[in-house]
Design a protein around this ligand. Structure first.
Ligand SMILES: Cc1ncc(COP(=O)(O)O)c(C=O)c1O
Length: 330
């Protein structure tokens, strides 16, 4: 069986607890059913297939990526299956569970100071790019700027959601990291019906909400709440603002609280950024203004078993930076 047959075609399930709470129909796109247990298997597969088709790397060669863990895992699993190797540059904030999984999947990993983008010499992106450029038969898949990232979601995630909702989706809400998911799904949905609401979620302090409203960077770029997989202090090329209506910001504390509450209520452990999406409903339900006939799809990119140490154990230690955000234009 081809690897492409294992990736995607994930279930969409109605969430009774959230539907009842918000008096609407809420569905979860469960991306943790992918082979690498995350949505990022989709861009990983598209980027690898594209590089092989364009002869960017020869058999046995090395795929290099900068990743918070999930894209790296997708790259590692798919590369191995196809007879290639993987080297993944992760930031310090990558959970221990994800580091272990990467190593078990056969990837070589390097831990970097941050994931602040190509302009920062200590970032995962800069180090991954430099490494690939200075080693033969190595290819930097570069999810932040590779058009295959958006394309993977445009060609697979979005049509699946469209079919699974019978074309009756009214809202799509997903966390934003590289922007590939929201941009690819958003573009497809807006092409079907421009009135479908496409909303992103990011941590407080991240800059994409500001960029979407003003098309400029904020004057002060501050550290943002650490919610793994989402939030940036640069605008990735994989974020296409034309297909996103709004970005909601949530904080670390409420995300952690909501994850625990959701688990207690549904027995489902959400991933960190999935919990952030649920937290956005909690905080902004009044603005979102759902009706009883709406069909709202939340994308859960991965599962809580990747964040037991960070999300489900212990207390909330990180400072809440939400006070820095003073106004919100909806
Ligand atoms: C757990 C998690 N959530 C959300 C995202 C964001 O998805 P995207 O990069 O498509 O914006 C990522 C990306 O790596 C992720 O790993």
């Amino acid at each position: 069986m081809l690897i492409s047959e294992f990736v995607g075609n994930t279930p969409l399930r109605q969430c009774d607890a959230l539907s009842t709470r918000y008096h609407t129909n809420i569905f979860i796109k469960e991306e943790f059913h992918n082979p690498g247990k995350s949505a990022k298997d989709r861009p990983a597969l598209f980027m690898i297939q594209d590089a092989i088709a364009r002869k960017k790397v020869k058999p046995g060669g090395l795929f290099v990526e900068a990743s918070s863990g999930n894209t790296g895992l997708g790259i590692a699993i798919i590369a191995k299956k196809l007879g290639y190797r993987a080297k993944i540059f992760v930031s310090q904030s990558c959970s221990e569970e994800k580091r272990d999984l990467l190593i078990k999947a056969g990837a070589d990993i390097e831990i970097c100071e941050n994931s602040n983008g190509l302009h920062d010499f200590n970032s995962t992106q800069f180090r991954a790019q430099s490494f690939a450029a200075s080693h033969p038969n190595a290819y930097f898949t570069n999810q932040y700027y590779n058009t295959q990232n958006i394309r993977a979601h445009y060609k697979t995630t979005a049509p699946e959601i469209w079919k699974q909702t019978g074309g009756n989706i009214t809202h799509f809400i997903a966390g934003v990291g590289t922007g590939g998911t929201i941009s690819g799904v958003g573009r497809f949905l807006k092409e079907q019906h421009p009135n479908i609401h496409v909303w992103g979620v990011e941590p407080y302090g991240s800059i994409l909400a500001h960029f979407l409203r003003h098309r400029t960077l904020p004057n002060n770029i501050a550290p943002f709440d650490a919610i793994e997989g989402i939030g940036r202090n640069f605008v990735p090329g994989s974020f296409d603002a034309d297909y996103v209506d709004h970005i909601f910001q949530v904080n670390y504390r409420e995300t952690k609280r909501v994850a625990k509450e959701y688990y207690a209520q549904t027995n489902i452990m959400t991933g960190f950024s999935s919990a952030a999406v649920v937290a956005s409903l909690d905080r902004y339900a009044d603005m979102m203004d759902f009706t009883a006939t709406d069909n709202v799809v939340l994308l859960f990119p991965d599962h809580g078993d990747r964040y037991i140490s960070k999300l489900y154990n212990g207390s909330v230690q990180q400072a809440d930076t939400s006070s820095r955000i003073t106004s919100f234009n909806f």
